[in-house]
Every structure is written in structure tokens, then in C-alpha cells.
Design a protein around this ligand. Structure first.
Ligand code: ADP
Length: 462
């Protein structure tokens, strides 16, 4: 249950609220208690000052008879819960509450030192709750008297008791309301999350085009749902690509397999001459070669997609690599009566995977030769442009129409299907070129004029 985000949020909210409320209660209690004591001390100060003034006047009137003057002051004191006592040193001359005579004497004995006499002081042991006292000094003809006002703290303690009881009563009620409110609020605000969860549970590879309904969810949830929808879109696209890839691959595999089977069936249907068998076997051999090539290409692309191809990076001379590739394709060019020239230039060292780069150049040259009619020419050149190295393969061949130019790098795409298949192509060569260039942090570009020729440029970082 405590794993639920809803419960956790509500619990945290309650803990925080309780802590704040506790602080609030403490602050309230201490301010009220200080205010009540302050008021009591103020009233004591006023009472003691008035009594001191009256005492002074009485002393003067009675020419120094302090006992009579004190008795006079006491008789004039209104009975208001405040005890007035007049003392000469430690001796009490008169006190308004004879019942508390002992306590009064003890209180007078505790009056603070002369310099702090004007302050209120605590009188512990007075009644149930103690008392507070204030003293005023009166001097008459070099004699010093103290007029003391003492008030029990009972009223303050009672008021604080009422406050405490109220807080005890209100606190559980308030916490219950806060807890329930917090729970309901988080439950409401997290409802879109529950709905998103239910929606995601219903998504499988069959309905990847479904999108989460965002509604009026909070900003963070809306962002989460939007990111999830983007992820779904990307997944859907790669699933689609994969599905198409599998379909195209099966389609491509079917043709050579059908040729092999058909040829074998025909050869075996009746006894034939050795020459016939030889011819059939040669055809089967040729188709098997095509099949192996296709399977190799498919495997390479699948590995590349899965990120399983580790580039074997090493320093190599690109000019040497280009010259060797041209040399290896010279026989094909000669057989097709296409002139193949190579301008490899000076030593140009780069970091790269030799086997893959060789494959990339061979694919480009092979295409250029295959799609160039007899008598045409193909040239390969190496150039440096700043920090880039360009491998350029130009031909004077059939060219590629503009609408196909962006698609030739897609898997299984053939600009001219009939011609390409007839040339033995599967439409995978350029996607392999693109992957190799990109895995070397490079790119491949195409410019072409239909009927006049094409130029493929691979840019690599030095
Ligand atoms: P394929 O094996 O069919 O040649 P590629 O991926 O190498 O597959 O090329 C894709 C398509 O691009 C080819 O079918 C062809 O139509 C076109 N193409 C590639 N290179 C050239 C070129 N040099 N001249 C004309 N068309 C080309």
C-alpha cells in the first residue's frame, strides 16, 4: 500500500502539514502566554506605582508614621485579586491579604537586587500556580520603603489551559481533514496517470499506431504522455521498416530459389546429356552465388541495425585503397567495354575500417560500371577539402531521375527495377554504402542527370 504514489504523496503532505501545524501551535501558545503575562505585569506595574504614590503622600501627611501610612494605603486598595504589601527592609508594615502573610514575607525576601527592582519577578509557591510581583521604591527622609504588588498567575494559567484544550480538540480534526483532503486531491490529480497506465497496457505490436490520450493532465504528465507518444511513433516506424524489410527480403530470396528449384526439376525430369547437366549446374551455381551475396548483405544490414558491427579502426591510406578497388574492378569494366579511370593522388591517411571502406568503394564502382552503357566511362577520384576527404565516383551512365534520387539509399529500392534485377542487383548496395559512410561519421551525396550520368560523393572526416 505504501508503494502507491498516491498514498505516499498524501502521507508526505500530512507529515508536512502536521509539522507546520505543530510549529504554529507552539508559536501561538508561547505568544499568547507571553502576552497574558505581559498584560499582568503591566497592570501590576500600574497598581504598584499608584500605591507607591499614595504611600508617599500619606507619609508626608502623617509626617513619617510609616505604619499608619501603610495601613491607610492598604485600606484604600480595591480588593481585586492583587495583594499590596508595604515593607521597610524585610519587615512587612502592612499587607492587603493577611491570609498570605507568610507568602508575602517570602515574596518580599525574594525581591531582586536594588538595580533590578523595577522589573517583575517570579513568586514561586504562591497558591497553586505561583505569582508575579512588582516593587516600587519610596524614600522619605532617608528611610527606604518598598511598595509591592503581587498577583497570582491563576488567571494566566487558566487561559492557557483553555487554549491548550482547544488545540487538543482541534488538532485531530484538522489533521483528519488535511489527510483526507490530501489523499482525495492526489487521487484526483493522479487520475490521468492511472488512465495512461491502462492505455499503455492495451498497446502491443499490433496497435502501435495508438496514441495516449492526454486530456487535461498536469504539465509533467502531459509531457510524459507526449514523450511516450513520440516513442510509440518511433517504435511504430521501426516496426514498419522491419516488417517491410522482412517482406522484401523474402520476396528477393524467392526468385533465385525458384530458379534453382525449377532448373533442378527440369534437369532431373528426364535423362540428359552431360553438357545439359553442366549447363544446369552452372545456372544453379550462378543463382546460388547471387543468393549468398543477398544473404551476406542482409546479414550485414541486420547486424548494423542491431548495432553489433564493431568498426575495426586503423590508419590506412585511402589513395591506395581506391587504386586497389579500381584495379579489382578493371576486368568487369573491360568486359562491359566501359573505361575505368582512377585519380588516387598522393598518400592520404585516414582512420577507418579497411574492409568496410573497401566494400563501400567497390559497391559504388560496381554500380557505376553496371549502370553505364558500353563505350561509356567511369572515373574515381580522391580529394581533400579542409578537414574532409571526398571520394568521388562519376559515370556517364543512365543517371537517376530526381524523384528516385532521394530513395536510392533505401533498402531494396531500385530506380529501374527491370534493369537492376537484370544486372543482378537487389537494391541493397547503396544502403550499405550509406551505412558505412555514416558509421565513419561521414555522409554520401548523389548528383545525377538522367541519360547523362551520376556522381556519388562520400565525405569522410580526416
Ligand atoms: P542494386 O543492387 O539494385 O544496384 P543499389 O542499392 O546499389 O542496388 O542501387 C539502388 C538503385 O539505384 C539501383 O537499382 C539503380 O536503379 C540506382 N543506381 C545506383 N547506382 C547507379 C548509377 N551509378 N547510375 C544509375 N543508377 C544507379
Amino acid at each position: 500500500m505504501f508503494k502507491s504514489l498516491r498514498v505516499q504523496l498524501a502521507a508526505w503532505y500530512l507529515v508536512l502539514f502536521s509539522a507546520l501545524f505543530l510549529v504554529f501551535c507552539l508559536v501561538l501558545y508561547s505568544s499568547v502566554s507571553r502576552a497574558l503575562e505581559g498584560r499582568l505585569e503591566e497592570s501590576l506595574a500600574a497598581t504598584s506605582s499608584i500605591s507607591a504614590q499614595i504611600f508617599q503622600e500619606e507619609l508626608e501627611e502623617m509626617q513619617g508614621d510609616s505604619a499608619a501610612a501603610a495601613a491607610e494605603v492598604i485600606s484604600k486598595t480595591p480588593p481585586r485579586g492583587v495583594v499590596i504589601a508595604i515593607a521597610a527592609g524585610a519587615k512587612i508594615l502592612a499587607a492587603s491579604d493577611p491570609e498570605h502573610r507568610r507568602d508575602t514575607e517570602a515574596a518580599v525576601a525574594r525581591i531582586p537586587a536594588a538595580e533590578r527592582r523595577e522589573d517583575a519577578w517570579d513568586v514561586p509557591g504562591w497558591g497553586k500556580n505561583g505569582a508575579r510581583g512588582v516593587a516600587r521604591r519610596v524614600t522619605y527622609q532617608n528611610r527606604e520603603f518598598l511598595v509591592v504588588a503581587i498577583e497570582p498567575l491563576d488567571s494566566v494559567v487558566q487561559s492557557l489551559q483553555v487554549l491548550r484544550e482547544t488545540l487538543w480538540l482541534v488538532t485531530p480534526l484538522l489533521l483528519a481533514v488535511a489527510g483526507a483532503g490530501g489523499y482525495l486531491l492526489t487521487r484526483r490529480r493522479l487520475a490521468p496517470l492511472r488512465s495512461m497506465m491502462a492505455q499503455t497496457q492495451a498497446i502491443s505490436d499490433r496497435n502501435l499506431e495508438t496514441r495516449l490520450h492526454i486530456g487535461d493532465a498536469a504539465e509533467e504528465l502531459a509531457t510524459l504522455a507526449a514523450s511516450f507518444n513520440e516513442l510509440l511513433a518511433r517504435l511504430n516506424q521501426s516496426f514498419e521498416t522491419m516488417r517491410r524489410f522482412v517482406q522484401d527480403a523474402s520476396h528477393e530470396l524467392r526468385t533465385p530459389l525458384a530458379v534453382i528449384r525449377g532448373e533442378a526439376d527440369v534437369a532431373l525430369s528426364q535423362p540428359r546429356t552431360a553438357a545439359d547437366y553442366r549447363e544446369s549446374l552452372m545456372l544453379i551455381q550462378e543463382e546460388s552465388r547471387r543468393l549468398s551475396r543477398l544473404v551476406d548483405d542482409l546479414l550485414n544490414l541486420a547486424r548494423a541495425d542491431a548495432g553489433h558491427v564493431q568498426l575495426q579502426l586503423e590508419e590506412l591510406y585511402l589513395n591506395d585503397l581506391l587504386a586497389e578497388c579500381c584495379r579489382s574492378l578493371q576486368p568487369l569494366a573491360a568486359a562491359r567495354n566501359v573505361e575505368l579511370s582512377c585519380v588516387a593522388g598522393e598518400d592520404l591517411a585516414v582512420q577507418g575500417d579497411e574492409e568496410l571502406l573497401r566494400r563501400m568503394v567497390v559497391n559504388l564502382l560496381d554500380n557505376a560500371i553496371r549502370y553505364t552503357p558500353e563505350g561509356g566511362s567511369v572515373s574515381a577520384a580522391l580529394e581533400t577539402q579542409g578537414s574532409e576527404v571526398c571520394i568521388r565516383v562519376c559515370d556517364t551512365g543512365v543517371g537517376i531521375p530526381a524523384e528516385a534520387a532521394t530513395r536510392v539509399f533505401e533498402r531494396f529500392y531500385r530506380a529501374d527495377k527491370a534493369r537492376s534485377r537484370q544486372q543482378g542487383g537487389f537494391g541493397l548496395g547503396l544502403s550499405i554504402v550509406k551505412w558505412i559512410a555514416e558509421s565513419h561519421r561521414g555522409a554520401v551525396e548523389l548528383t545525377s542527370q538522367p541519360g547523362q550520368g551520376s556522381t556519388f560523393t562520400v565525405r569522410l572526416q580526416r
